[in-house]
Design a protein around this ligand. Structure first.
Ligand code: HEM
Length: 257
């Protein structure tokens, strides 16, 4: 029989007290108290959550579709490696959006474990490889044509956010994989996870800012789209997306003191 996970300690109201990687089949003392009904998952939604989720998906959808249509309808075969840049960067932002949305409301062992699996799939299997390849494509293209690198705010903020992302992934992975052994196991590893979450909420807007600068202001974008399209897809949509993500933040998971 698996060991019991205590949820009746004084830390009980702190979601960080429950390990994120807990085996979903492990009964907690609380669920045993309730008569082995741990298979029943309590509702975790808050008023406004569903509306915010819709707002997030619609805004990221507008951003993604516009970027793809702009790229595919403006002589894509002439773009060389640049073709992959807007396509993959916008795809990765859509993946990051899903990866955040899917984990935000989870507060019970079962939903947290399932959410973590979806989060890792969206982030590590799809989002991170896509953004790395998309960045490699533009950096490589510039190197091949001997153009100077990181000469615009878009390029500079873009490369800073990629470097930050590497640390973000390392912190997240090391705090969760192998029971957080890299950080001395739980509960120490769980402290690191808290910083991964906070850092993620700072990094995501930086990605959106990079996408805004590249989509709304780059010479390629301005030459290939109307002002109103850029305004909607690369300014309004990122703002709505960020607001929607922030509306769903659980501040109870963000306590540091
Ligand atoms: C999170 C999203 C994004 C990141 C991290 C990112 C990153 C970068 C980086 C690092 C560079 C500079 C490469 C170099 O100088 O060697 C660059 C260039 C460029 N990107 Fe992005 N990008 C993103 C999204 C976009 C989007 C959505 C578009 C267009 C719709 C775009 C259009 C461009 C263009 C036209 C350039 C070349 C001009 C310049 O350096 O500013 N990017 N990007």
């Amino acid at each position: 029989m698996p060991a019991l996970a205590s949820s009746t300690t004084p830390e009980r109201s702190d979601p960080e007290a429950e390990p994120l990687t807990l085996d979903p089949d492990t009964p907690t003392i609380e669920t045993l108290d309730m008569g082995f009904d741990e298979q029943f998952v309590k509702p975790e939604g808050r008023p406004g959550d569903v509306a915010a989720q819709w707002a997030a998906y619609i805004s990221v959808g507008v951003f993604l579709l516009t970027t793809w249509i702009m790229t595919l309808s403006n002589n894509p075969t002439s773009l060389g490696l640049f073709f992959f840049h807007p396509i993959l960067q916008s795809l990765s932002i859509a993946m990051f959006t899903y990866g955040i949305l899917t984990l935000q409301p989870t507060s019970q062992a079962k939903t947290k474990a399932a959410g973590l699996t979806r989060h890792q799939l969206a982030m590590i299997a799809l989002g991170v490889p896509a953004i790395c390849l998309g960045t490699l494509a533009i950096v490589w293209r510039k190197s091949m044509s001997e153009h100077p690198h990181f000469t615009t705010w878009h390029g500079t903020i873009g490369i800073i956010s990629i470097a930050w992302m590497v640390v973000q992934v390392a912190l997240g992975g090391a705090s969760v994989w192998f029971g957080g052994r890299l950080f001395g196991g739980n509960p120490r590893a769980k402290l690191v996870w808290k910083y991964h979450r906070l850092s993620g909420y700072l990094l995501f807007p930086l990605f959106l800012l990079a996408a805004h600068l590249g989509g709304a202001w780059s010479s390629w974008s301005t030459a290939n789209s109307a002002f109103v399209v850029r305004l909607l897809a690369f300014t309004v949509s990122p703002i709505v997306l960020l607001a929607a993500i922030l509306v769903r933040v659980r501040t109870s998971k963000m306590q540091f003191f």
